[in-house]
Structure formats: C-alpha cells, structure tokens
Design a protein. Structure first.
Length: 298
C-alpha cells in the first residue's frame, strides 16, 4: 500500500501493488496523484514495461483519475474495471463534467481524467480473475451500493480484500463513516454487498480511504449498522435537505463516529460528508417512486 497524495494531501487516498510475475496496481488515485503513483512504482522497482494490470474498484475520480496517464506510462498494462465503468475510461467527458459539477470549488484536488484507449480496457464481469502469478489470481466481485459499478478485489492467496469504498471511509486517526455520494447509491444493495464481503471471512480488509481496518468482520458489521441508520434518517426526513441534514446529525453524528479531530478535519476539508445529503435524498426519492410513496417519508 502507498499513499497516492490526493491533490498533494497525505493520508486521504491509497493504492495497492500486488507483486508477482504479472504485477497489478489496484487503484490509481486521482489525476493529481499520477506522478506520486509513478514515483511509488519506480521505487518498488517497476519500469515502464513491468506493470501488467491496472485494476479499479470503481470509476469515481479519486480512485480512477490517474488511469489515462498511467496507462500511457505503462504501455503493457491492461486496465480492468467493471463493465459499467469501461466506457467512461475510454470516453471520460460525461464522467468528468458530472464530477466537476459535484466537486465544485474542490475540483482542483482531482484534476479530471485522460482517456484510455478502448483496446487497453478489459470490461470485467462478476468473478473475473486477474492472474498476477501462478496460483495467485485477484478475484473481482461485484459489490454495488456506493456505485452500481463497484467491485472489491480479493487476493485469494493472502485472504486480503481491497474494498474500495464499500465500507465507507476510515482515516487512520479516526473511526469509520459511510461514503454515500450521488448519483446512484443503493443502501439495500450496499447491505447485500457488505454481507458478501463478510462471507469471505477476510484475514485483511483495506479501504481506499485509508488502508487496513483493524478487525475486518467488526468493520463490516459497523458499516452495515451505520448505513441502516442513515437509511432511517433519509426515509424519516422527507425531501427537505435541511431536514435530512438534521436527521443525519441526530441518528449518526459524524463527530461521534469519527471521533478524532484530525480525521474530522480531513472530512470537512474534502466536503465528502456534505455529499451524503444529496446521495441519500436521491436514494430515498427512488425508493419512494418504486413503492408509490410520493411523499418520500414515513
């Protein structure tokens, strides 16, 4: 694991190098992270022709934004991503425009996404295996919830699960808190995905923000509980964002969950907790439409 230095900031985003005859980089970090990732790979002894795979858990820019640059720097590497995310890497205009709108003034932390040639992209299905070496595949498992195209990466040889954003965010100094941004979170799918991760009984579990979770099964259980609380907040609040923010603060206050002042400061500088409000509001509206509850509350 190494720090991808999102916009030059330490301790926010991580990437993982799985060594072997066909080495794999899991996550690239943002476009602003590309040079830091190249430096880290060079320090690990990988030259331009040595990296075989670039594997992405999903195509949010803090996880995939460096892909185009790194694909160019490592011309033999194949980029592996969920089938729903593949087109956004080849033609990133729509993803970049939507992300720029969502990030607003914080856009400079991320920096966009250069296109990756389509013939360099492998669109993965659930259960796809990436061969890193003899007897050491990385299994990609669909884990929607944070995004429809989210996958976790399972290093079966070591019992390690690289979980992306499936559990949420756990900065080193603080506690776990959900990551539920718009436009397509699905709390029911997220709960099923967390159950799937728990069934793997991982010996090690790492989140993209930032690194190992001390007790993997306890971490998964906590993530399920926290998501349930936020789902209750969203269904109770109705459509007013101020009401939803108040319900979130009442049912799962970030100060109590994260605890550490440094970690809370990171959350606030990044604005990720603010994104939970429209994320949950959109989810509640979709659920209401599907159930015929036009009010969106209970």
């Amino acid at each position: 694991m190494f720090d991808t230095l999102l916009g030059g900031r330490e301790g926010v985003t991580a990437a993982f190098l799985v060594d072997g005859p066909s080495p794999a980089l899991v996550e690239t970090g943002a476009r602003t992270s590309a040079q830091a990732v190249r430096d880290a790979l060079a320090a690990a002894g990988l030259g331009p022709d040595d990296l075989a795979w670039i594997v992405l858990t999903h195509v949010h820019l803090d996880h995939c934004g460096g892909t185009g640059i790194l694909a160019g720097a490592f011309p033999r590497a194949t980029v592996v991503v969920h089938r729903r995310g593949a087109r956004h890497l080849a033609e990133p205009g729509r993803l970049v425009a939507g992300s720029a709108e969502a990030y607003g003034a914080r856009w400079s932390l991320y920096g966009g996404l250069d296109p990756t040639p389509a013939d360099r992209i492998l669109a993965a299905e659930d259960g796809h295996r990436v061969p890193v070496g003899p007897g050491r595949p990385l299994a990609l498992l669909e884990t929607p919830g944070h995004a429809r195209h989210h996958m976790v990466v399972v290093d079966e040889a070591t019992g390690t699960v690289l979980a992306g954003d499936a559990l949420g965010v756990r900065f080193r100094e603080g506690g776990l808190y959900p990551a539920l941004p718009p436009p397509e979170i699905d709390l029911a799918a997220a709960d099923r995905s967390l159950g799937r991760i728990a069934a793997l009984s991982p010996l090690r579990l790492c989140v993209g923000h930032f690194g190992p979770v001390p007790d993997p099964l306890a971490g998964v259980a906590l993530a399920r509980e926290q998501n349930a609380r936020l789902g209750e907040a969203a269904t109770a609040a109705g459509p007013d964002p101020a009401d939803l923010a108040a319900e979130i603060a009442r049912r799962l206050p970030i100060e109590e969950a994260v605890r550490d002042p440094q970690a809370l400061a990171r959350w606030r500088r990044l604005g990720w907790a603010d994104a939970t409000i429209p994320g949950l509001a959109g989810w509640a509206a979709r659920v209401a439409a599907q159930t015929g509850d036009g009010a969106g509350g209970q």
